[in-house]
Design a binder for this molecule. Sequence first.
Ligand code: PEP
Length: 249
Amino acid sequence: MASQRKFFVGGNWKMNGTKSSIDGIVKFLNESCVDDKVEVVVAPPAIYLDYTRQAVNKKIGVAAQNCYKVASGAFTGDNSTAMIKDVGCEWVILGHSERRNVFGESDELVGEKVKHALEAGLQVIPCIGEKLEEREAGKTEEVVYRQMKAIIGNVTDWSRVVIAYEPVWAIGTGKTATPEQAQEVHDKLRKWLSANVTADVANSVRIIYGGSVSAGNCKDLGTKPDIDGFLVGGASLKPDFITIVKARS
Ligand code: PEP
């Protein structure tokens, strides 16, 4: 039986875009990605959050790609949850692999950010995932459980959380996890959540997959029972995103 969890597709634009290219993306989003059966959320760079939120259909959510762990202060270059909300955005991605691996964010910091963002009233997309050497060393479970452990104690409202499993070796590389590989980790995560949080949370929380999701592979990935949607990087900048949003339709 198909799960009751609503299919979720996020588009992470990373550090890409101009007002003019965003106009093009917004056009195809508004024309082709508004669908009551799918929750769609796009994440522009912080400087374009306001611009995007004003242009994109209200049924499509807008996420920041990151935020800091406190409300305001001397944190040059960072953005706060209050600012994200002030420009009308509803979501924040936290602990993306590029934040962890390029900017050195620790599990602990990601956990603190999750706590703060939820307390501030945002919906959060915490990202987890193993590196290639960790997978090859048979450490995938150990790594994702460790990352999850730093998150769960900071979650005060699971209905505002969507977990993104993104194996680092699959992000931006064109190497997608097979539907079986992704399903296996999603299933294990759900069992782990059942043992470490509650069976209810394990059953209701959406676990989405990210890592070179494309118009070509989204349908196969989307048939797996524990894959509740996608976090899409490169392909979210192109009309291919429409096909991905409709992967289950
Ligand atoms: C991402 O940025 O979260 C991502 C999964 O990127 P890509 O789809 O380009 O691999």
